[in-house]
Design a protein around this ligand. Structure first.
Ligand code: PFF
Length: 452
């Protein structure tokens, strides 16, 4: 059944929506703690190399498939390679983003809860012991995190229900500039704390001793996650990009903003962590455990400022998480509306419901289900590793191989240069990276994940 397809309204809207997908918990929650684990500035250099050589080429591969076909991930591969089995890989990309969304929404729910706690000044007026132990108690309880996950996912579904222009584009257009302002404010605050300078040194002075194959795999994994690759999200968004837009400029803009926000989040979080005399290698709890503790400490000197900062911080995380989460849901909604002829509302609700159920299991795996293990991992960790270590790179590999080896070179060139009118040199570089370097990079990560 042929339905009228929507488009993003302008180049700024394309970049804003794609950057909205890319910039999320991966930047504000994950990047600072991975940076803390792998030696600060040295890891940033590795991350930039992984982004340029592997992640960005895959980003362009997805963009080419999406814009060429103007279809959802499954339909795109079928349209561009009719009569072959390529579109089966499209099914994978319908499932992967929903799986990611199921655990992403749990963490998104934590940010909802933390925003409520900040608004009621609990972090700034509570005792240090209560604040320190809050995270562990909260995530291991049965109901509270499930309710937060439900609130978060409902917000995501409502935005997606409004459609590409009125929902995704509009929300991203508001949330992204707000996020930028909030993060800049947080950096200013963080840098004015006594003792924060050590954190700045940590961020700009590379410690190459921590770099090894493991760090390289982590850098590539982070680049994949951060640019929303391998799960059809960028492909689906690119399918809403008009023919006369410049895909390479949109991609470079998105990746540039993504990197900028990751580094800015590092500068907002790490100096504050040093100022509080805490080690930056605290792992996944860095944002949810360490920061509230810091807000609590700061409150003894400046209660109003630290209360405001904690609110700003969790609004920022929530806004970033929402713009990413909507892109995950949109992949499946595009599939159901275009391939199965469903209306947007039932398609959105159906997928949100499925995600909600899986998300509940993810949430419970910190509490009542913590002893339930798959391959030695809790359910949350299992889904996270399945997606980040396997499904995203497999999807990325499919897309690069498809564009590099299956599609006609002339078609790829046509998309990336808009019929030979722009980017002719840069296209050549990226075509080479898509064909050779990116697939080799992904296979190297598989091997690292298998054997390290
Ligand atoms: N890029 C998002 C982040 O950094 O938080 C995560 C993400 C979004 C992953 C969309 C996958 C996806 F399809």
């Amino acid at each position: 059944m042929k339905q009228q397809r929507e488009n993003f309204g302008s180049r700024a809207a394309v970049i804003m929506a794609m950057a909205g997908s890319a910039i999320g918990l991966g930047n504000i929650w994950r990047f600072p703690y991975i940076l803390g684990e792998y030696g600060g500035a040295a890891f940033i250099l590795l991350y930039i190399a992984a982004s340029l050589l592997v992640a960005l080429p895959i980003f362009f591969a997805e963009s080419v498939i999406g814009r060429r076909s103007h279809s959802n991930a499954y339909g795109a591969l079928r349209k561009l390679a009719p009569g072959t089995k390529w579109h089966w890989a499209g099914i994978l990309t319908i499932i992967s983003p929903l799986l990611i969304l199921s655990y992403y929404s749990v963490v998104g729910g934590w940010s909802v809860q933390y925003l409520f706690k900040s608004l009621s000044f609990d972090f700034t007026t509570g005792s240090p012991e209560a604040v320190s132990s809050y995270f562990g108690n909260f995530i291991s309880s049965a109901w509270q995190p499930v309710i937060s996950h439900t609130i978060f996912l409902s917000l995501v579904a409502v935005i997606v229900l409004f459609g590409v222009r009125k929902g995704i584009e509009k929300f991203s257009n508001i949330a992204m500039p707000v996020l930028l302002v909030l993060i800049v404010a947080l950096i200013v605050y963080s840098l004015t704390l006594p003792g924060s300078f050590k954190g700045v040194t940590y961020l700009i002075k590379p410690d190459f001793s921590k770099l090894n194959a493991d760090a390289a795999a982590a850098a590539l994994g982070q680049a994949f996650f951060s640019l929303s690759l391998g799960v059809g999200t960028i492909l689906t968004y690119a399918s809403y990009v008009k023919k006369d837009e410049n895909l390479i400029v949109s991609g470079l803009g998105t990746a540039g903003f993504d990197l900028l926000f990751a580094v800015m989040a590092g500068f907002a979080v790490i100096p504050a962590v040093f100022a509080a005399g805490i080690e930056p290698g605290a792992g996944p709890g860095l944002v949810f455990e360490t920061l509230p503790f810091i807000f609590n400490q700061m409150a003894s000197q400046a209660p109003v400022v630290s209360s405001v900062v904690s609110i700003v911080f969790f609004v920022a995380i929530l806004a970033a998480a929402l713009t990413s989460a909507i892109s995950m849901l949109e992949v499946g909604v595009a599939f159901l509306t275009e391939e199965k002829g469903m209306k947007r509302a039932p398609a959105t609700l159906l997928l949100a419901f499925f995600t909600w159920l899986v998300g509940i299991l993810c949430s419970l795996s910190f509490g009542p289900m913590k002893d339930f293990h798959i391959l030695g991992l809790t359910f949350f960790d299992f889904v996270d590793h399945l997606c980040s270590d396997w499904l995203m790179p497999i999807g990325g590999l499919v897309f690069t191989l498809f564009v590099g080896w299956k599609m006609k070179k002339a078609d790829v060139r046509d998309e990336l240069t808009n019929g030979g009118t722009c980017n002719r040199m840069i296209y050549k570089v990226f075509y080479y990276l898509i064909r050779y370097v990116a697939p080799v990079g992904i296979v190297a990560v598989f091997l690292t994940n298998l054997f390290l």
